[in-house]
Design a protein around this ligand. Sequence first.
Ligand SMILES: [Zn+2]
Length: 428
Amino acid sequence: MQRRKVTLKLYPNAAQAARLEDWTRLHCELYNAALEERIDAWRKEGKSISSFDQQNVLPQIKADRPEFIALGSHALQQTLRRLDLAFAAFFRRVKAGQTPGFPRFKSSMRFSGFAYPDPAGWKLMQHGGRGATLRLGSGEAAMSIRARGRHRFGDQAKPNDITLTRKGGGWFVSVTLRVPDAACARERTADFRRGVDFGINDWATFDEGPPIANPRWLREELPHLAALQRQRARKKNGSLRFKRLGRRIARLHDRIGNLRRDFVQKETTRMVRQCAVLATEQLAPKTMSRSAKGTVDAPGRRVRQKAGLNREILSAGFGMVHRMLAYKAEEAGTRLHLSHTRQLKPSQRCAACWELVPKTLAQRVHGCPHCGHTAPRDQNSAMVVLIDAFNTQDTSGTGVAARPKPLPRQRGKSKSVTRETPATTPCV
Ligand SMILES: [Zn+2]
């Protein structure tokens, strides 16, 4: 059994939308009341309360305020647990020496939604094609909301829990499915062995063959976004026009996010379907996108360029790429190899002779002074991680440190290097 998440868009009618808003407001009220109770208990008695203590009060609340009954007890408990999570995150960060903000009271406008933690109080019916119906609540308060979206797991997938969220004026339901392993499997159409380098000039460069160009959603949409933000900056804060522009900006952000997710979903699926071995480097987006500003004493260099680069890095969504590749590779029986970036230094290493050839980010071509091998920079690093995948047996990738001795020197085209390297076990 495995867990998979799918998101469906909801199409509530006006009455249903109003009720969803009402329910969100009540959940928010509960959240704020629970937060206040915790703060009071701590101030007055130095006592901390958990969500379990607070759950016990729920029946009393429902007796006093019957409008809470329709929300379902488990959904209410889930909102209390959400507060627990907020506190847990707060204390974890305090412990780590950071200075987090204390869990906040939320306005119902900002409260994102609510969740049902188990298969009770709701039912999701799939109608074939893309149509579905979500039935919420019971008795008089029950409502059947039209939904759109589908998943590929068929009838064996059982919905386990749902989260309803409000985003950009629309409602979405995120469903966790329990799927039998067999239904998760993906068919593979080819058994290529590929090294891939994810970048910002091209989105993905392979050890051979054409790269996948970067669609650059952000570059195309960014001037538009910036213009809207400038317009909003001229409006009076909180005015009608200010809010209207705020909504347009939010919608544009959503649009960019949707385009990105769609693109990455399709490309990662294609990769794992075609490859028996897929090698790439481990990811460290935090260090890659670290602020270039530096400090007052040691100001950074090329701050503007680095800021633009950060934006591109984040927009390309490599974290998302790796998460998708990880589970999709497992589903397709593809061996995903992640090279240790700092040990291996794929962008600095020569794929033909394995010597380190330092270059700056601006140098787009790898030219090796040791063996004369030249290749486009990204293609060279894709080749290096692919070789690394053959040299290390485990999927996690251990890189240079684990290698007993460097590869024998080889001359000529890098292509021959991989093809002649004996294959390791294809799948793990
Ligand atoms: Zn070389």
